[in-house]
Ligand binder design. Structure first.
Ligand SMILES: C=C1C[C@]23C[C@@]1(O)CC[C@H]2[C@@]12CC[C@H](O)[C@@](C)(C(=O)O1)[C@H]2[C@@H]3C(=O)O
Ligand code: AKG
Ligand code: FE2
Length: 369
């Protein structure tokens, strides 16, 4: 007798709620008020009229598509993800898996431009510094794909970024970082924090630890198991984003879901004119719990490939995370102790994808501070 196993995803409750869509071209006080409300209620919202040029987005999307369309052995030259680089199915270092392949890149502009200076298509003697190292990386300039040895030298750089046209990636990162800073300043204004750069300053820092992640969720293949249980697959399991703010775009294929109450998932409709923005753990801590870092996940579509591009705005490793004074009051005592992003990141990478980490940083009692 064949016993049908219920698909855990299918039996979950799904509720259709439209996330707030905030028009950034509206009046500033109105926009900041709407953003604050969305971050308190949902931790997620969409922005339209965001000012990021369609051309910058289109170039980055086509780079991303081009990368994922390459044969696996070529993509693997940019791996393994440790944590930066190309990864497939394995997420992080603690056994998490999903139906996703990805490229995780540091956005540290100093390191990118150092590398571009070292390897320049117009420079007849491109490799000027350091000793040769046998590791091979894919380096792409304009339309040429070269496989060259990387160099190990005292300058820090992330050669894996160069699997993409570095100018497309740099422009995209600059544009989304600008958008993230604008949103963080609107948040500070809406919360009546007098230092309106208190949040944005952290991701503007030249040594900020921000990341760009390109995710590709392949559909089922011709020879895949077509039983009902294989139809809706977990692409990226449930988690919260550890950083300050995430700015995400996807192609027209849905899959992102957020969880507001236990067991109820809310699908986020794909929208090519919008960016989806969400509060990260560090912003929950910095707002002293006013804003919520909400659990979310991505399902892989059975028929169409989903692609998403996420910018994670993070502080620099040594930056201290604490709430501005206006957000700590006798009625709302400090919820989290001060910590550095390096400390938090260490906890993130020690734990599993779905583990909560902010609780480790809760203030014990006000007296202990
Ligand atoms: C399993 C893991 C992957 C992750 C680091 C972690 O140990 C727990 C958090 C994961 C996450 C989720 C949001 C981002 O995609 C990410 C880059 C991050 O900062 O935290 C990933 C990490 C990763 O894939 O390296
Ligand atoms: O692909 C998506 O829509 C979500 C990806 C995500 O949550 C992440 O990369 O942290
Ligand atoms: Fe996420």
């Amino acid at each position: 007798m064949v016993v049908a196993t219920p698909n855990p995803i299918r039996s979950e409750k799904i509720r259709n709620i439209e996330l707030p869509i905030i028009d950034l071209s509206a009046e500033r006080p109105e926009v900041s008020g709407l953003i604050v409300r969305a971050c308190q209620e949902f931790g997620f919202f969409k922005v339209i009229n965001h000012g990021v040029s369609q051309d910058v987005i289109a170039r980055m999307e086509s780079q991303s598509l081009e990368f994922f369309a390459k044969p696996v052995p070529e993509k693997q030259l940019a791996g393994p993800a440790n944590p930066h680089g190309y990864g497939s199915k394995n997420i992080g270092f603690n056994g998490d898996v999903g139906e996703v392949e990805y490229l995780l890149l540091s956005t540290n502009s100093a390191s990118i431009s150092q590398m571009s200076n070292v390897i320049s298509p117009h420079d007849p003697t491109p490799f000027r510094y350091g000793d040769w190292n046998p590791t091979r990386y894919l380096i792409k300039f304009e339309t040429d794909l070269l496989v060259v040895p990387s160099i190990s030298c005292e300058l820090y750089f992330d050669p894996k970024l160069l699997v993409l046209d570095s100018s497309a990636a740099r422009r995209y990162v600059e544009a989304v970082r600008g958008l993230a800073c604008e949103i963080l300043e609107l948040m500070a204004e809406g919360l009546w924090v007098s230092d309106t750069s208190a949040f944005s300053r952290l991701i503007r820092a030249a040594d900020s630890d921000s990341l760009l992640r390109l995710n590709h969720y392949p559909p089922l293949t011709e020879d895949s198991d077509k039983s009902p249980s294989s139809f809706r697959r977990i692409g990226f399991g449930e988690h919260t984003d550890p950083q300050i703010l995430t700015v995400l775009r996807s192609n027209g294929v849905g899959g992102l879901q957020i969880s507001l109450e236990d067991g109820v998932w809310i699908p986020v409709a794909p929208d090519s004119s919008a960016f989806c923005v969400n509060v990260g753990d560090v912003l929950q801590a910095m707002t002293n719990g006013r804003f919520v870092s909400v659990r979310h996940r991505a399902l892989a579509n059975s028929y169409q490939p989903r692609m998403s591009m996420a910018y994670f705005g993070a502080p620099s490793l040594h930056a201290r995370v604490c709430s501005p004074p206006e957000l700590v009051t006798p009625q709302r005592p400090r919820l989290y102790r001060t910590f550095t992003w390096a400390e938090y990141k260490k906890a993130v990478y020690t734990l599993r994808l779905g583990d909560g980490r902010l609780n480790i940083f809760r203030s014990r009692t006000v007296d202990e501070e």
